[in-house]
Write a protein that binds this ligand. Sequence first.
Ligand code: ARG
Ligand code: ZN
Length: 476
Amino acid sequence: RTAPRPRRITARAAPVAAALLLVAGCSGVGVEGTPGAAGLRDPYFPKLGNGGYDVRHYALNIAYDPRTRRIEATADITAAATQNLSAFNLDLAGLTVRSAAVDGATASYRRAGKELTVRPREELGKGTVFRTRLVYAGVPETITDPDGSEEGWLPTADGALAVGEPTGSMAWFPGNHHPSDKATYTVTLSVPAGLKAVSNGRLVSERTANGRTTAVWNAPEPMASYLATVAIGAYRTTTGTVRAGKPADAPAVPVLSVIDPAAADAEADGLLARIPELLDWEAENFGPYPFSAAGAIVDRPGDLGYALETQTRPVFPRTAFDAPTLVHELAHQWYGNSVTPETWRDMWLNEGFATYAEWLYAEDFEDVPAQDSFTEAFDDDANWAFPPADPPEAENISDAPVYGRGAMVLHKVRQAVGDDAFFEILRGWPAKYRYANASTDDFTAYVEDVAGEDAQDDLDEVWDVWLYGDGKPDGP
Ligand code: ARG
Ligand code: ZN
């Protein structure tokens, strides 16, 4: 995209603007630009994300050398200022910044911990769309989560894998790394010929010259940065198409999956082949598939102990690639990826729905009623450590209650409102908040809206006891 010419607050224009602001009766934000906030005060990761601007598009250009494990990279970030800005922050962990520029003019920058502060030569007026170019390099780090799991950039036997939930994407590109700032992406990857380089969305081009392969990937629908991925390896590729509930006049969705040949076997190939069937089934239950590409990445990263719902193309270590997990990560494309949590406190909205998708799969494909899955979750003590909508600490946001008790909340909603309204909610919730963010309050309000007065008392109890209640109820 091309940015419109920026509007600037220059030193000379400032007094005039100040007078105008006074006339307009504005107060609070001074007309002199102020630095954007260093964090968005997420309840679990207060420094994550940055205030004062809203990213529209990331164009990342990354060259990887698997031998040295280094990247050489450029990030072009198009953003809109949401206040008069004298400086703004980006989140970046490790790596070395070589240069910064805003709208083509060299900008000064400073690093402190995971905060990169960029000071443009001229202040940016509220509403200005501006482009920041950062040139950076180094060996991207693997980040250990508060819960001890690994994310960020993970070297593999022949390449690398990038996964970013909740904070890992700052290990490989500077950005506004809070889920509330969604943007579109173009990711250009250069790797030694013989390797494949994969990211989110559609493959725009792939060329090999002078011993290197360059692949350009485009993700045209808004994406939270924790869902961005890069996968580099000597992969085998499979392709296909799926309709997944898209209207008859819309193009079919291309499906592109890659698998590490050393991780491939009949079972894994069989699962990859089921992606179109599973997306069609989910689209029947959840509404049309929200994205213009689909697929999966199956690899053997050393210590990655979980699959991740990276947008359009979830990542699976071979050890976590099975039918329920595939159903789960594909369901996240609706719940989590299209409608994304407002803060990390709302993570149960991701995991509760994705777990409930597994229960629906068991119901439709394995003759196990959701009621049985519910009872099994109810009987599991791990699910009762805390209420799903209020994990005590950052290290708990991926714990059992967020998944199992989150799904129990949905099952109680189903009992309270009946199947018709419940399946309307499954479709309507990701439709209403398509490509946007939503909070737990948005969810309870939406359910109450669909269900109407008659269900109000029952729903109050669902929220009090199952969503927010501290202890385990006497019976399911
Ligand atoms: N969201 C992933 C899934 O359930 C799991 C991510 C786990 N991450 C972690 N840091 N423990 O599909
Ligand atoms: Zn999940």
